[in-house]
Design a protein around this ligand. Structure first.
Ligand code: SF4
Length: 962
């Protein structure tokens, strides 16, 4: 496939083939947004080659930007080097990245000579900076060139690695020999002078000190770059593969970022499993390295002191990390390739990829890292003057809200209190007064949080039943007042937690096997009797050490707590992490059924970075809650949820205004692009996110492209009444009427008679789907449907989805070949459920999508009511428009509809009908919220007859021609 250069809007875009017209328009519009520093909302339906348009459009802009910047720098340096230029001529304009910020005006009334002096000084500094930048760039280019062309460099690095490994092995053997001895012999007086002091060669010193000695070598200036983020690791991997295949694949410096869980190559750490344990262990290993170094440094010459060997990570090695960083920049790699390279180079891909960020042109990362200020900082991301592209942005508002909303359960509050209390009891005498004061404050806060829920910290949360059940919603200040902690400076407490890392101290092991999970060890009430045995440090038999009621006996408990950190007094159980959907296998299978579609790579084990950000320690969880209380006082609420027992009850911080966290992104970045297959309704992004983040309306640009499918490959219908003239309006009051459910059944029966292959029918909720299913089962309608289509239901559990979808697709394939009465399959699904996002019902898998009613969110939800009230208070109401709160509800509904109906048309040759069953869809404000490519072709049918005739004609013609 020969690469081509396409011209659009006066710019040349390299492209792997002749692009569609909409792709050219997309790239031209994207280029303009990046050039002019705007915020773009880009909508491009699935199957229109959005990723490729993003890659070629954005990287073409970066290519031109870098070229212009380089030319301007050279011009400036030439002008300074010119002996004829005495500085009196017109000063050359500095390149965009080096321009003075507008916030530094000259003081009024400053004498001319002062102004000139300052100007000259600044010019000199600018030139020095430019020269320095050039030297760095040339050094990097030379390094990469050498690695690319000189394989011997790689061999040298490999040899170096082997030498290091051999030395390490011998050292380990020596240590083992020493450890096996019975201890040092008593030496005669003066004899110890004869014993050699601990020796480390100069190189070993360098390597023992890890990165610190040469950390500067790994630091580079941050060049202008594009941060591309998406929701899951599999989406990111697909994007990276698109870059590899694109004309930019050969010479783009791309870095893929991920969590330690994805990138760690130290098997001992990796096998700990949970994100938090891996993070903690890694940090602990780094700390060991630094502590070891500082002890070595503190040693006085001639004074002999044996160091207890402490574990460090062998993959965190300066030389290898440098090599890995350069290799990362040399060639585009996805996460899996990065891990393979890290294993081969014996260097940590997690740190290697982070060190590559400054020099990278394209950084690919899950958007949870980008959208969280602390995660950004930890990853070394700087947004100033950079470009951010957020793909799959349709759920962006919910994602930001979710990342910054924190819930703590009664169990976690009690566990944290118990752990911290034990810590204080054990170490109180050794702690400095300030430490003690803050620990007491945290204990007080925890106690009050438990009290406000109606419990107390002295009793197990599992056995405390609450008299008052229900949900209460409060402003942050009311909550603090009611909890009686309004006299405590939470900002100081939060800062103390961050700086002292107290949450790690109360759970990180003090001695013994590292990070054997205290949570697992002490969650015995819920575990089988032998749960202790696999990790028992003292080799005791299962059940040994337990008290009369199966509880751990006090001596064992105290020895365990000394070994492994601090436990809870009553062993409350932490809720397990929620299972994440893993659909990659099925997507892979579906894609493999389609001719001409390349199989997607299997996703890494973890989908979604949110698990990576979820702390496992109860006190860390509470730290997150305190941080939320202090960052968005006016824009947040606290929900007190009191359920049957204290352990089931919770406090939740709800973020009402996601813009507070997005403001920094749009303020610092040069340009931001929100892209997705279905971005409608766009008003949410404009009003709730951008306007509230302080973005002026003129800075926002909208781009929505049509679909690549021919106009007659889609038939969207709004049907207002059924075959027996029953008006279709699925409000809460009417939808449960038997005649309504019967009419829906009759419509489906008719559809199944004329639609070939698969029909996917979405219901507004699980409860309603079950109700309708039961009604049809009783009335015999299910049996009638089964004559033409085999019936499937969306499974209850995530891990059953793959199996159900496999059977569904096999059935459609089989029916297509068998040619009997059954012509395919009918899938009952739920809007916002497991099949409404991320699943392709392309070609025969989804020839018709039916939407039963309008899936409005439950207006009874306290969270939704508060959000509506908040929007009504804070957003301006345009004349003739519905109030912002009501608009939110409509938008949530239509976003969910758009996602569900977008499952069917997935590529240029695909065709499908879309049937919206509810007369409310015919209202112009609702129709306006459909994606443009559907809205432009939608037909509203007041009665069923013409609708059915149109459907029959459409499918007859399409099936005949396909
Ligand atoms: S430094 Fe890297 S390889 Fe070593 S434990 Fe940490 S994440 Fe794993």
């Amino acid at each position: 496939m020969a690469d081509k250069t396409e011209e659009a809007g006066g710019v040349h875009f390299p492209f792997p083939f002749t692009p569609y017209a909409i792709q050219k328009d997309f790239m031209a519009a994207l280029y303009q947004v990046l050039e002019a520093g705007k915020i773009g909302i880009f909508e491009s339906p699935t199957g229109t080659g959005k990723s490729l348009s993003l890659i070629c459009g954005a990287l073409s802009w970066l290519r031109d930007f870098e070229q212009k910047k380089q030319e301007e720098e050279e011009r400036l340096l030439e002008a300074r080097a010119d002996p004829l230029n005495d500085g009196k001529g017109q000063a050359p304009c500095p390149p965009p990245s080096c321009q003075q910020s507008p916030g530094s005006p000259r003081a009024a009334g400053e004498p001319d000579w002062v102004t000139q002096f300052v100007q000259k000084k600044e010019e000199r500094e600018l030139v020095d900076r430019l020269k320095e930048g050039q030297v760095r760039r040339k050094k990097r280019e030379e390094r990469l060139r050498q690695i690319r062309h000189n394989a011997s460099l790689k061999f040298a690095a490999k040899r170096m690695r082997q030498e290091d490994e051999e030395t390490e092995r011998l050292l380990r053997l020596s240590r083992e020999m020493l450890a096996a001895g019975t201890g040092p012999e008593q030496l005669a007086w003066g004899e110890d002078e004869l014993v050699l002091a601990e020796y480390e060669s100069d190189e070993e010193k360098g390597s023992a000190s890890g990165l610190d000695a040469d950390e500067d070598d790994l630091e580079e200036e941050h060049v202008t770059k594009i941060y591309y983020c998406s929701r899951t690791h599999s989406q990111l991997a697909q994007f990276v593969h698109e870059v590899q295949k694109s004309p930019f694949g050969k010479d783009t410096r791309l870095v893929s970022l991920g969590s330690r869980q994805n990138l760690c190559v130290n098997e001992d750490v990796r096998k700990l499993g949970s994100v938090q344990l891996i993070n903690d262990r890694c940090v602990e290993l780094q700390r060991s390295k630094h502590e070891k170094k500082s002890v070595v440094e503190e040693e006085k010459p001639g004074r002999r002191r044996r160091l207890e060997p402490r574990a460090t990570c062998p993959f965190y090695n300066h030389k290898q990390l440098q090599l890995l960083r350069d290799e990362v920049l040399l060639e585009v790699k996805d996460i899996e390739q990065l891990v393979a390279l890290g294993k081969e180079a014996r260097a940590c891909p997690y740190y290697g990829s982070r060190f590559a960020i400054p020099a990278a042109q394209l950084v690919v990362l899950p958007y949870q890292i980008l959208l969280h200020a602390a995660a950004r900082q930890a990853a070394g991301i700087r947004l100033q003057g950079q470009v951010v592209v957020i793909d799959e942005a349709h759920n962006l508002i919910d994602t930001i809200t979710g990342i910054h909303s924190v819930e703590v359960s009664g169990s976690q509050l009690c566990q944290a209190h118990s752990q911290l209390l034990q810590y204080m009891e054990r170490y109180g005498k050794r702690l400095k007064a300030k430490n003690l004061m803050y620990i007491k404050q945290i204990l007080y806060v925890l106690e009050k949080f438990v009290t406000v829920l109606g419990g107390n910290v002295k009793q197990s949360p599992n056995t405390q039943s609450l008299s008052q059940a229900g949900t209460e919603l409060k402003t942050v200040s009311d909550f603090l007042f009611e909890s009686q902690i309004d006299n405590i400076n939470l900002f100081k407490v939060k800062r103390y937690c961050e700086k002292s890392m107290v949450s790690r101290k109360v759970r990180v092991p003090l001695r013994g096997p590292p990070l054997l999970s205290s949570v697992r060890l002490f969650s015995w009430p819920a575990e089988p009797p032998n749960a202790l045995s696999p990790c028992s440090p003292c080799g005791s038999s299962p059940g040994a050490g337990r008290g009369p009621s199966g509880s751990l006996s006090q001596p064992l408990l105290s020895s365990l707590s000394q070994l492994f950190g601090f436990t809870e007094r009553y062993g409350a159980v932490l809720a397990p992490s929620r299972e994440q959907p893993k659909l990659s296998g099925f997507q892979h299978f579906l894609q493999s059924l389609q001719p001409g579609v390349t199989a997607a790579p299997a996703a890494p084990a973890e989908e979604g970075e949110d698990r990576a950000l979820r702390p496992a320690s109860p006190l860390m969880h509470i730290e997150g809650f305190l941080a939320a209380l202090t960052t968005a006082n006016q824009d947040g609420r606290v929900i007190l949820s009191r359920q049957g027992s204290l352990s089931q009850s919770s406090l939740k911080f709800l973020l009402l205004n996601p813009a507070v966290h997005f403001a920094q992104v749009v303020k610092e970045c040069r340009a931001v692009v929100l892209a997705g297959g279905t971005m409608q309704p766009v008003s949410d992004f404009r009003e709730q996110l951008l306007a509230c983040a302080g973005v002026e309306a003129e800075r926002v640009v909208e781009f929505s492209c049509g679909h690549v499918i021919p106009a007659d490959n889609i038939l969207p219908l709004v049907i207002c009444s059924g075959p027996s003239n029953q008006q279709l309006e699925f409000t809460y009051q009417k939808r449960e009427l038997p005649q309504m459910m019967d009419e829906t059944g009759r419509i489906l029966c008719n559809l199944c008679n004329v639609v070939p292959g698969g029909v996917v029918c979405f219901f507004p909720s699980y409860a309603y789907q079950r109700q309708v299913h039961a009604h049809w089962d009783k009335s015999g309608l299910l049996a009638r449907l089964a004559v033409r289509k085999k019936i499937f239901q969306e499974p209850q559990r995530v891990n059953q989805v793959e199996q159900v979808l496999l059977e569904y697709s096999r059935c459609i394939q089989h029916c297509g070949q068998a040619g009997g009465m059954v012509t395919g399959a009918l899938m009952f699904s739920v809007v916002g459920g497991k099949l409404s996002e991320g699943i392709n019902f392309s070609d025969n898998l989804g020839r018709c999508v039916v939407m039963v009613g309008m899936p409005f969110p439950s207006i009874r939800s306290a969270e939704l009511q508060e959000k509506m009230a908040y929007l009504d208070q804070t957003l301006p109401r345009a004349p003739g428009q519905v109030p912002p709160g009501k608009a939110l509800v409509e938008n949530l509904c239509m976003k969910a509809v758009n996602q569900s109906i977008g499952r069917a048309i997935r590529h240029q040759k695909d065709f499908a009908s879309i049937v919206l069953l509810d007369q409310r869809y015919a209202r112009p404000p609702i129709l306006a919220k459909l994606p443009a490519w559907i809205r432009d072709r939608v037909q509203v049918k007041a009665t069923f007859g013409p609708a059915f005739a149109a459907l029959r004609k459409f499918h007859r013609e399409k099936s005949g021609s396909s």
